[in-house]
Design a binder for this molecule. Structure first.
Ligand SMILES: Cc1cc2nc3c(=O)[nH]c(=O)nc-3n(C[C@H](O)[C@H](O)[C@H](O)COP(=O)(O)OP(=O)(O)OC[C@H]3O[C@@H](n4cnc5c(N)ncnc54)[C@H](O)[C@@H]3O)c2cc1C
Ligand SMILES: C[S@@+](CC[C@H](N)C(=O)[O-])C[C@H]1O[C@@H](n2cnc3c(N)ncnc32)[C@H](O)[C@@H]1O
Length: 659
């Protein structure tokens, strides 16, 4: 039996190319697309029989359209649908395309295959530049401002059911691809059709090239309305159809969102909500952005490697890929993909590396064990131990990053004529439930009570349909009930002015051990960080600088004199007992029942890794606030829900702090 924390192993597709360069799967002995005309067949079966020309043109402003697919394969269906969407849909509409793929095609093979379709070269190069590493689970890729691709690397029959349960009535069009039922009978299972039926929105459609009696029967049994059409080319028949569902209970139309905080959590939330047509207001206690833990000059961004595929390693691997993609595309000035080396001094660390390697947990080039000599060459300084190199990791100037993200959102929303304000010097004192502050809303809203020291602030409408608390370690002060364990942990970083002729000036990667050191930036490098559970103040302490210098010596054998210390900064982390963020609805107890608020959200508990975890955790909260497809698997969503501690405590009759 495989353990819940085993990495579900993934394998690339084995492909052979014929003389015309048409790819064929050696495992399934079937072709990926028609030898005669792949584009014409995909167009006929999937685009035409889902009526996408007409439906894309009929999409309303700011609306979204969701397509799901079995078998991403070469991505041809995706390219066709995305290309058509960009031609037909309004410029502020969005396409979400989720595709389940058990045997992803290697990047090099995709490059070769896409050469068949020069008409899609722009979209293809965007896709190829972001094509993910072979990590199991869902990888969200922002291909274009209007197109999101969710590549779910898994057997569709292992994961579609839980995905559909999290996305009932969501999919507008299903592309049932996958090799022919005769070559791939396991995939065309009744489980598949039941899950598809659950995920289909009202008036949704589906299409498949297949027309076997078995497939048709299972579709009918799942409640789908099935029609036959003439197949493409010489194929006799194909199937398509739809589903009629009773109308979805009307969702109250949210019109406004308040975000409380000014750190990386608030900035990435604003970024993920940048295209929302709601009013968005950010409230920050400080006079400027990144006043809390997010205000350090440099911070490391890297995944958490573990010897098991736990919810933690699963989340942080995907969070790292997502953060890297976001920083690279949204704020390229702030992303330094230097590589991070984790030095492995102790026996447990070396054993961990050995077991990660033997279990084949992470794909190359995601992580690369290095001998001491190799590690030293890569870092460009002599290192005392072997290391693990994370080549796609790096560092960000955290304070600058938060500011640039907020500026980017502000200018994007200004251009799009969408309301957006950041109110500094506005401390939120309380969030009170109201039954509709304005006559325009018929649902429950929140009123913010605040204290402002800003002379520019005019208290207009402080009623919001949705409120997201992103106040770092101070978030607990705003939570109505103490059901979420956030523990403040103080930390201080130290900045060193390294003389140009010293070997440390040559360091070109981030090094991590018990602490970390970053490469020199604007004349200074950053070392840190202290981790003090006993203090919650942000007062500079010279003892902490000494501790950082000691750690530098112990971890990396670098001696730096006190005289190099030129600056320092102390702040407070928000940590959780399981080291995972809190991202989702705020929990509450009502008449002894544990429930969640429908429109009060939390993004906190980012601990010591917020620069890696915030973007994906923010995307998760934003997707739920906007009622869009989630960027993570059900497993990760469950692992991040703020209610998890109260649920576990109730089950074990213990406090939320006991984990
Ligand atoms: C010393 C140190 C070094 C670190 N190094 C790294 C690193 O290298 N890599 C990494 O990934 N992470 C690192 N971290 C962790 C990372 O900095 C945090 O996880 C992250 O910054 C948390 O972001 P946040 O937005 O949740 O909170 P914060 O950045 O703390 O922002 C919360 C903000 O909300 C405001 N606020 C709170 N309550 C209210 C209210 N009621 N009204 C209005 N405003 C309010 C606060 O004023 C604060 O500015 C480090 C942390 C520390 C302390
Ligand atoms: C014909 S190809 C798909 C073509 C693809 N839609 C395109 O546009 O290129 C079929 C794909 O289904 C994938 N597949 C087969 N069985 C699967 C399963 N059980 N779960 C997920 N993907 C599967 C194969 O690996 C292959 O990539």
């Amino acid at each position: 039996m495989t353990s819940a924390n085993a990495n579900p192993s993934l394998h690339y597709a084995d492909i052979e190319f014929d003389q015309q360069g048409i790819p064929e799967s050696t495992l399934f002995a079937d072709i990926y697309f028609s030898r005669k005309d792949g584009i014409a067949e995909s167009n006929y079966v999937f685009i035409q029989h889902n009526d996408l020309h007409k439906r894309f043109a009929a999409i309303s402003e700011y609306d979204s359209f969701v397509i799901a697919e079995t078998g991403f394969g070469t991505g041809l269906n995706f390219l066709l649908a995305a290309d058509l969407f960009l031609q037909k849909a309004p410029k502020n509409a969005h396409l979400y395309f989720t595709s389940f793929e058990k045997y992803p095609i290697r990047h090099a093979d995709l490059v070769k295959i896409h050469q068949h379709w020069p008409q899609f070269s722009t979209l293809s190069s965007l896709l190829l530049a972001r094509y993910p590493a072979l990590l199991p689970g869902l990888q969200r890729i922002e291909i274009h401002p209007q197109i999101t691709l969710d590549l779910y690397f898994s057997d569709v029959n292992d994961t579609l059911r839980e995905w559909a349960e999290e996305h009932p009535r969501t999919v507008n069009a299903w592309f049932l691809d996958g090799f022919a039922p005769s070559k791939n009978p396991q995939m065309w299972d009744s489980k598949l059709f039941n899950a598809i039926a659950l995920s289909l929105a009202n008036h949704a459609t589906f299409a498949t090239f297949s027309a076997t009696g078995n497939v048709r029967r299972q579709m009918l049994e799942a409640g789908l309305n099935v029609k036959k059409a003439k197949g493409f080319g010489r194929k006799r028949e194909m199937l398509f159809g739809g589903i009629q569902k009773m109308g979805k209970p009307a969702q109250p139309a949210a019109q406004s969102i308040a975000i409380i905080g000014d750190g990386i959590a608030a900035a990435t939330l604003a970024y993920e909500l940048r295209n929302s047509n709601k009013r968005i207001h950010i409230f920050a206690a400080a006079e400027a952005a990144a006043a809390g833990a997010s205000g350090n000059p440099q911070g490391a961004v890297y995944p958490l490697l573990q010897a098991q595929w736990t919810p933690s390693s699963d989340f942080y691997s995907h969070a790292h890929e997502f953060a890297r993609q976001l920083y690279r595309s949204a704020v390229p000035n702030c992303w330094h993909e230097s590589g991070v080396q984790q030095l492995s001094k102790s026996t447990p660390q070396l054993l961990k590396i050995r077991s990660i390697r033997s279990l084949n947990l992470y794909p190359d080039p995601y992580w690369q064990p290095q001998t001491q000599a190799q590690a030293s060459v890569k870092a460009n300084v002599p290192l005392p131990t072997p290391a693990v190199l994370l080549p796609t990791a790096g560092w960000v100037p955290a304070k600058q990053l938060v500011n640039e993200l907020l500026e980017k959102v502000a200018s994007h929303r200004k251009q799009s004529n969408l309301e957006f304000s950041v109110h500094f010097s506005c401390q939120i004192l309380d969030i009170q439930a109201l039954n509709a502050c304005s006559s325009a809303s018929s649902h429950q809203q929140w009123q913010l009570l605040l204290e402002s020291t800003s002379k520019d602030f005019v208290a207009e409408n402080l009623c919001f349909d949705q409120v997201i608390i992103a106040g770092g370690e101070k978030s607990t002060q705003l939570l109505p009930q103490a059901l979420v364990p956030i523990r403040p942990v103080r930390g201080q970083i130290t900045q060193l002015a390294v003389p140009d002729n010293h070997q440390l000036a040559n360091l070109n990667q981030v090094l991590c051990g018990g602490g970390y050191i970053t490469p020199v930036h604007q004349g200074l490098c950053c070392i840190g960080a202290t981790f003090d559970k006993t203090r919650t103040d942000a007062i500079i302490d010279p003892n902490d600088d000494e501790q950082n210098l000691r750690q530098l010596r112990d971890d990396f054998s670098f001696s730096a004199p006190q005289s190099w210390v030129v600056a320092n900064r102390a702040s407070v982390r928000a940590t959780t007992p399981d080291h995972l963020p809190l991202a989702g609805r705020v929990p509450k107890f009502v008449n002894g029942q544990l429930q969640e608020y429908s429109n009060l959200w939390l993004l906190s508990g980012l601990g010591a890794r917020g620069l890696t975890s915030a973007p994906l955790a923010a995307a998760l909260v934003a997707a739920q606030v906007e009622n869009r497809p989630l960027p993570v698997t059900a497993r990760i969503n469950a692992a991040l829900k703020p209610i998890r501690f109260a649920e576990r405590a109730r089950l074990r009759n213990k406090s939320i702090w006991v984990y």
